[in-house]
Design a protein around this ligand. Sequence first.
Ligand SMILES: C[S@@+](CC[C@H](N)C(=O)[O-])C[C@H]1O[C@@H](n2cnc3c(N)ncnc32)[C@H](O)[C@@H]1O
Length: 223
Amino acid sequence: MAEDHRPPAWDLYWSTVEGQLGAGPSGFVRWALPFLQSAPGTELVEIGSGAGRDLGYLLENGFSVRGVDFSSEAVRITRQLLATLPPEVSARGHVELGEATAFLGRLPEGGLSGVVGLVLYETFTDPELDALFRGILRTLRPGGVHLWCVRDDAHPLREKVTMVPPNQGGPPGRTVGHTFFSRSRCDILTGLGFERIALEPRPETHYFFVADRKPVAGAPGAQ
Ligand SMILES: C[S@@+](CC[C@H](N)C(=O)[O-])C[C@H]1O[C@@H](n2cnc3c(N)ncnc32)[C@H](O)[C@@H]1O
């Protein structure tokens, strides 16, 4: 099987941008917070937890958060960040090196309150996205939420993916392919078994912010 060049591309990205990113949480995770607070329980997973800024914000807001990222650089940076938090906050946080779908596959069914994924689904193939969304559905408890953010298909860098992270500065010939999301693509993924709570286009940044919920059996709309 061909080597997956996505993890080393993200390693290079994180080793380059370390220290240059703002310390604050993303606009997306601030938008996501009320949806996460509406879910049963406080156990979250952030897939593709990157530099850990959003993970830290979720910990500070009272959640227990397990992050997973397949970039060892990202995991190293997040562990450093966890070490700077007050002990009672960092005790609820954990990050591990691994691939997102495989990580979810090792978790018990129905145990999570929420899953968060910020700008990583772009580099998944269609079969990988299908497996990921089914894995998220399996690991959420009924009423649990999936908060996700993807680049829209009107994005100005759509034809210049060599400029989209983690590609900038990467070795030539090793460009990580990107999918840009239409509304209907988002709807198809939600339709794998979730209920849509919200889809908010952000035209200024060309993101879709999406909130989906795992149906509660017996509730209107549950299958
Ligand atoms: C945009 S960054 C996330 C930023 C993060 N929320 C923060 O606060 O810094 C996306 C991350 O997803 C990770 N990633 C992409 N595909 C992945 C996969 N299949 N499994 C695990 N991590 C993945 C990348 O390594 C990268 O660190």
